[in-house]
Design a protein around this ligand. Structure first.
Ligand code: SAH
Length: 348
């Protein structure tokens, strides 16, 4: 469609589209438009990052969570979830193994687990910082006070991932219990940015009730936050959550949003997520070919992998770290990109 080709050209040149143009593009893209969008997105990415793809080693260190988000398998109300915590020693072992496998970023993710007090988190972060001074340390442990974020930063954390989930307060309300608010989530992200972290926000594509208006609010929020990283993946239902019967987000919508985000934020680090690899066997490769430039193979000990289940059908739960790393590297090479041994910091 000619109008869509013009919209994509405009987005590539100006990095923004008026709301009505974005909605029209989102709702009417055909396969030819798609190819153009992805080609422009790849060009934009390659101008900044070349054909490099950055690896992040993901360590899922606790499946305990005090929150009750309606979409997440780790929600406190899920009595069937299997809970575990890694010890500091296990976490440090994961990092050592990751380092041998050429990872230079470690992402520590968990539910919001009160056992991991600020003191414990700072202890873990400073040990990793000491053992691996050339690596980036990313935390993804939820909403905390500004003082806590500052303490982790002072202990040596460089980056923080906190998806905002949706920038629309009413939509936020429909995905979370009343104790959680869109306002606090956004406050956290601005605090993190001010402290000096490289910050990642993001959404689930096709989360229950999500409309194109909500996506527009997300894009406007991102324009305001100017995140260094944007994590998006499809919503996938989990059988033991209130959203067990809601449809999953689609591959197509996720790829469209990746392409659009790449054109709007050429310098952003955009992961091709595990959720994307879960809804399609080549989802992550397709993500890279639509503009993503990061993948996050799992470094968690094989024994606990099957217990960190945010959604049904999660891939790579049976593998060892080395297998995940080798598999990812081969997949990336096959599509003409290269995995580099690097922290993969944000290019300004
Ligand atoms: N407790 C941390 C980490 C949450 S898990 C935090 O609050 O940031 C990381 C991300 O997984 C969430 O932000 C959410 O966007 C995503 N997620 C959770 N449940 C999901 C589901 N059912 N389908 C797809 N993604 C999901």
């Amino acid at each position: 469609m000619k109008e869509n080709q013009n919209r994509i050209a405009r987005l590539a040149a100006e990095r923004v589209l008026p709301d009505s143009e974005f909605c029209a593009l989102w709702q009417t893209m055909d396969p030819e438009d798609e190819e153009l969008l992805y080609a422009r997105a790849r060009e934009a990415c390659q101008r900044v990052y070349g054909r490099e793809v950055y690896l992040r080693g993901l360590i899922e260190f606790s499946s305990w969570c005090k929150n009750d988000c309606y979409y997440c398998g780790l929600r406190a109300g899920n009595r069937r979830a299997q809970r575990y915590r890694l010890t500091t020693e296990q976490i440090l072992d994961c990092c050592d193994e990751g380092y041998r496998l050429d990872f230079r970023t470690f992402v520590l993710q968990s539910g919001e687990d009160p056992y991991f007090t600020d003191e414990r988190i700072c202890g873990i972060v400073s040990s990793i910082r000491q053992n691996h001074p050339d690596c980036a340390i990313t935390l993804s442990i939820g909403e905390k006070s500004r003082e806590s974020y500052q303490a982790y930063f002072d202990a040596g954390a460089d980056r923080y991932l906190l998806r905002h989930e949706t920038a629309d307060p009413l939509h936020y309300r429909s995905l979370h219990p009343a104790e959680l608010s869109c306002e606090n989530r956004k406050r956290c992200l601005f605090d993190l940015k001010e402290i000096g972290y490289q910050v990642g926000c993001g959404v689930m594509v096709g989360s229950p009730g999500q409309t194109v208006r909500h996506l527009l609010a997300d894009l406007h929020f991102m324009e305001e936050l100017k995140p260094h990283m944007i994590g998006i993946g499809p919503f996938i239902p989990h059988r033991d959550t209130p959203f067990h019967d809601r449809p999953a987000g689609t591959l197509t919508d996720t790829l469209h949003l990746l392409g659009i985000l790449r054109l709007m934020f050429p310098e952003a680090l955009l992961p091709a997520t595990t959720a994307l690899g879960t809804i399609h066997p080549l989802g992550r490769e397709k993500g890279i070919l639509a503009g993503a430039n990061v993948v996050m193979p799992n470094l968690s000990p094989a024994a606990v992998r099957g217990k960190y289940l945010l959604y049904d059908g999660k891939i790579c739960t049976g593998e060892e770290a080395a297998q995940c790393h080798g598999c990812m590297e081969a997949r990336i090479r096959r599509i003409g990109y290269e995995v580099v041994v690097s922290r993969g910091d944000w290019h300004s």
